[in-house]
Design a protein around this ligand. Structure first.
Ligand code: CA
Length: 254
């Protein structure tokens, strides 16, 4: 995957978070901190999707949207809107935005919307090609599963009744499968490998997100919450514990 996403967002922390997460998912990312810069970058590059904040200094997101749509009717544009600004959402959709995402957003939700918009846009493009008599690639129906079930006992990490297989990426709690996003999976691998050790937010950010993560470490708390919800909620024995003022530890409690 080599699709390019242009992020037009004036809040540096949000822009940086979006850049990191989108790059992690394999997209090329361009950033612009104002509407004017956004239009310049849009005109100067090849983009597959635009993430556009509505509240921008100077030229508003709505105006940026209007000008881009005047030139390109098909590029997917997702709006980032503040909570409750119904008017902006309505005029944005009227002006041809494909979708809107309300701040504060869950990054996984945003990534899912990005994937969906790109999928729709690719499907529309291939439908246009096939209606002209060109070859039509069969979507992703031919994907080969690489779940290596041959050696079920190798590659498992575990704590109590939680099991994780790094090879097949299976996660089970009490025998029941748990679905994690790639980032949640990486976080759980790190916690399991270092179980019974208290890990600071900085250690977790460096190991799971990499040294080039310039955002703040709140992202750790957010992802711990996601993973906890999937791994611990509904089970008698919680495995992920908060160590106040320090960080987190994964351990069995007796
Ligand atoms: Ca803004």
């Amino acid at each position: 995957m080599d699709e390019a996403v242009l992020v037009i967002e004036d809040e540096p922390k949000i822009a940086r978070l979006l850049e990191i997460e989108l790059q992690y998912e394999g997209y090329r990312v361009g950033k612009a901190g104002s509407g004017t810069e956004g239009l310049e970058k849009y005109a100067g590059g090849q983009w597959d999707l635009i993430l556009l904040d509505i509240m921008l200094p100077g030229l508003s997101g709505i105006e940026v949207l209007r000008r881009i749509r005047a030139k390109d009717a098909s590029i997917p544009i997702l709006l980032l809107t503040a909570k409750d600004s119904v008017e902006d959402k309505v005029s944005g959709l009227d002006l041809g935005a494909n979708d809107y995402i309300t701040k504060p957003f869950r990054i996984e939700e945003l990534l899912a919307r990005v994937r969906a918009a790109l999928r729709l846009s690719a499907a529309a493009a291939s439908a246009a090609v096939s209606s002209m008599g060109g070859p039509n690639e069969a979507g992703n129906g031919g994907q080969v599963s690489d779940a290596g079930m041959a050696e079920p006992e190798s590659g498992w990490l575990s704590a109590a009744d939680l099991k994780l297989n790094e090879g097949t990426r299976e996660v089970l709690r009490n025998g029941k499968p748990i679905e994690l996003t790639p980032r949640e999976f990486d976080l759980l691998v790190y916690l399991l490998r270092n179980q019974r050790q208290v890990l600071t937010r900085e250690q977790i950010v460096q190991s799971v997100w990499g040294f080039d993560y310039y955002g703040d470490t709140n992202v750790v708390d957010v992802y711990i919450r996601y993973v906890r919800k999937k791994v611990d909620n509904g089970f008698a024995q919680p495995l992920i514990h908060t160590v106040r003022g320090v960080g987190y530890v994964l351990k069995e409690t007796i």
